[in-house]
Design a protein around this ligand. Structure first.
Ligand code: PRT
Ligand code: ZN
Length: 299
């Protein structure tokens, strides 16, 4: 196939986003053969190739039209957008989808034992971060003047070594902050992975494939929580059973051979089904309940 008709997607080479991104692409039906240099993965069955890079480079690769698409954390994307704006350059990337992985937040934390009384407490203080632009915006919005200490890593030790009074870093479980005797006090940004694209109109084939990829991504995101449930129920219990099925539209009601007052109910539930729901279904009269995972879904 002509090279120009193949989409190029930037993905983190090795880090927290790598596995979930590759998993998403696999679920979308992409078979990748990773090149010998491991910098490029070629789509064997779709006209889509993957460029493996550092996550910080992903917005720039899309900005400069080296890649058509990118999978990156919102935190990296927003920091790059502000950095470009500070240099008088407009960002040239559009967000296509918000994804349900890479969840974390950029948060300000204070050493244990130090008091915190709202953003005023940051006035005149030093805050260490690897996200100076987002922190700057946060402080400006609250009309607080503070010194931003930009570090390239290990932000959490800055207070202990006397380089800063506060830190502004990514947090997911909070255990890193806890281990460093820091307490979270402000959220600067809620983040997750996003799929971005160049705003430039691409060749027809490429645009078509982006549209197909988006449909598949939507399908993948939908089925993650979805379940297919089958059960037997007395006709009289149907209203109550429909009420109990989480996130289901119209269930299929089927007759059962040899009985008229019982029917089979089949439904797709777009939310997970917990034991509590099964117990309530049973109480409402359901029997022979089966819950199955949904592998693919196309709305
Ligand atoms: O080498 P490269 O530059 O590509 O990788 P990187 O080291 O810059 O990034 P990486 O792999 O650490 O993270 C990639 C992306 O994952 C980030 O840009 C976020 O969008 C997302 N993400 C989700 C996180 C976290 N959760 C996270 N917990 N990124 C970093 N962390 C770090 C955080 O900086 C802190 O050191 O994990 C620590 C805190 O974690 P908890 O669980 O202890 O709170
Ligand atoms: Zn990085």
């Amino acid at each position: 196939m002509d090279k120009d008709t193949r989409l190029k997607l930037a993905v983190q080479k090795s880090g927290r986003l790598t596995d979930p991104c590759l998993d998403l692409l696999t679920r979308c039906g992409l078979k990748l053969s990773r090149g010998r240099d491991q910098l490029m993965g070629y789509g064997e069955n779709l006209p889509l190739d993957v460029l493996f890079v550092r996550d910080d480079d992903i917005p720039d690769l899309v900005q400069q039209d080296v890649c058509d698409l990118g999978l990156v954390g919102l935190n990296v994307l927003e920091e790059t957008r502000l950095e470009l704006a500070a240099n008088g350059v407009a960002a040239r990337f559009d967000t296509l989808r918000e994804l349900d992985f890479g969840r974390c937040r950029l948060a300000i934390a204070v050493p244990d034992g130090k008091s915190y009384d709202g953003s005023r407490s940051l006035q005149g203080k030093r805050i260490a971060t690897t996200y100076p632009r987002m922190l700057e915006r946060f402080l400006q919005e609250r009309q607080v003047q503070a010194e931003i200490v930009t570090l390239s890593g290990s932000v959490e030790i800055a207070p202990r070594i006397g380089r800063a009074d506060f830190v502004c870093d990514l947090v997911s479980t909070g255990s890193t902050l806890q281990a460093n005797h820091l307490r979270e006090v402000e959220t600067v940004l809620e983040s997750h992975a996003v799929l971005i694209r160049t705003p430039v109109q691409l060749a027809r084939e490429k645009e078509d494939w982006i549209a197909r990829l988006l449909l598949r991504i939507d399908g993948v995101q939908q089925v993650k929580e979805s379940k297919y449930i089958m059960l037997h129920a007395p006709r009289s219990a149907l209203p109550e059973i429909r009420r109990l099925l989480p996130g289901s539209e119209y269930p299929t009601i089927l007759p059962l051979e040899g009985t008229t007052d019982k029917v089979a109910v089949h439904a797709v539930c777009r939310e997970n089904i917990f034991w509590e729901t099964l117990e309530s279904l049973k109480q409402a009269g359901a029997s022979s309940v089966l819950v199955l995972p949904v592998e693919k879904m196309l709305a």
